[in-house]
Design a protein around this ligand. Structure first.
Ligand code: ADP
Length: 215
C-alpha cells in the first residue's frame, strides 16, 4: 500500500479531486464519510453529541442534524473543542483500522482528510494539497452547499491558512480553473504518484494525527 494524504481547505475541491484519483485507480479513505458513518443513530458518537447538545441536534427522522451541530460548533470555540473531542478520536481509530486492513494490499490509497495539515501526517508516502483562492472556495460553497457567505467564511477562518497548507505539500493541485482543467491536474497528480517509492505490503501503519488537535 502506498498512502497519499489529500487535503485542502473547505470548498477547495478535495472531494472532486478524490473522485478523479479513484477514476485513475486509487482506493479512497474519506474521513468525512467515515464521520458520517460513525455518527449514525445508535452509535457512541451520536449518543455523545445528543448528551452535549440535546434533542435540538436530532432531525425529525431521528438522524443527526449536522447543520444544527455546525451552527453550535463553528460559532463558539468551546463547542468546537467539544465536537472535536467527540469525533476525532473515533474517526482516527476507524481510519487506522481501515489503513491496517489495506496495508496487506498493493493499493494506492488516497486519504481524504480535511484537517491533515492541522493534525500531522508523518509516515505517508506523499501529501497532495488542493489549492484555490479562499474567495473562490467561498463562492463555490455558497453556490453548491447552500452555506451563507458568513458561514462559509467562518469555517474557512477556523482552518489552517492557505500558506500553512502549501508549506506542507509535496504536490500542489491547482483548482483555480475549470473542472476540465482540474481533470488535467488529476492526471498530473496521478503521474507523480506513480513515481513514488511503494512500501512493501504488510508494512507498519502508524496512527495519523498524533500531533494533537488545533481546532
Ligand atoms: P471540498 O471537498 O474541498 O470541500 P468539493 O470537491 O466538494 O470541495 O468542491 C466544492 C464545490 O465546488 C462542489 O460543488 C464542486 O462541484 C465545486 N467545484 C470544485 N472544483 C470546481 C471547479 N474547478 N470549477 C467549478 N466548480 C468546482
Amino acid at each position: 500500500m502506498l498512502e497519499i494524504g489529500l487535503t485542502g481547505g473547505i470548498g477547495s475541491g478535495k472531494s472532486t479531486v478524490a473522485g478523479l484519483l479513484v477514476d485513475r485507480g486509487a482506493t479512497l479513505l474519506d474521513a468525512d464519510a467515515i464521520v458520517r458513518e460513525l455518527q449514525r443513530p445508535g452509535t457512541p458518537v451520536f449518543a455523545a453529541m445528543v448528551a452535549r447538545w440535546g434533542d435540538e441536534v436530532v432531525a425529525e427522522d431521528g438522524t443527526l442534524d449536522r447543520g444544527a451541530v455546525a451552527a453550535r460548533a463553528f460559532t463558539d470555540p468551546d463547542e468546537l473543542v467539544a465536537l472535536n473531542a467527540i469525533v476525532h478520536p473515533a474517526v482516527g481509530d476507524e481510519m487506522t483500522r481501515r489503513r491496517r486492513d489495506l496495508a496487506r494490499t498493493d493499493d494506492t490509497v488516497v486519504l481524504d482528510i480535511p484537517l491533515l495539515v492541522e493534525s500531522g501526517h508523518e509516515g505517508l508516502g506523499g501529501v497532495i494539497v488542493v489549492d484555490v483562492d479562499p474567495e473562490v472556495a467561498l463562492a463555490r460553497l455558497v453556490a453548491s452547499r447552500g452555506l451563507t457567505a458568513e458561514d462559509a467564511g467562518n469555517r474557512i477562518a477556523l482552518q489552517a491558512s492557505r500558506e500553512e497548507r502549501l508549506a506542507r505539500a509535496d504536490l500542489v493541485v491547482d483548482n483555480g480553473g475549470s473542472l476540465d482543467d482540474l481533470a488535467h491536474e488529476a492526471d498530473r497528480a496521478w503521474a507523480w504518484i506513480t513515481t513514488l517509492e511503494r512500501p512493501l505490503p504488510g508494512h507498519n501503519v502508524h496512527r495519523i494525527g498524533s500531533r494533537g488537535e488545533r481546532n
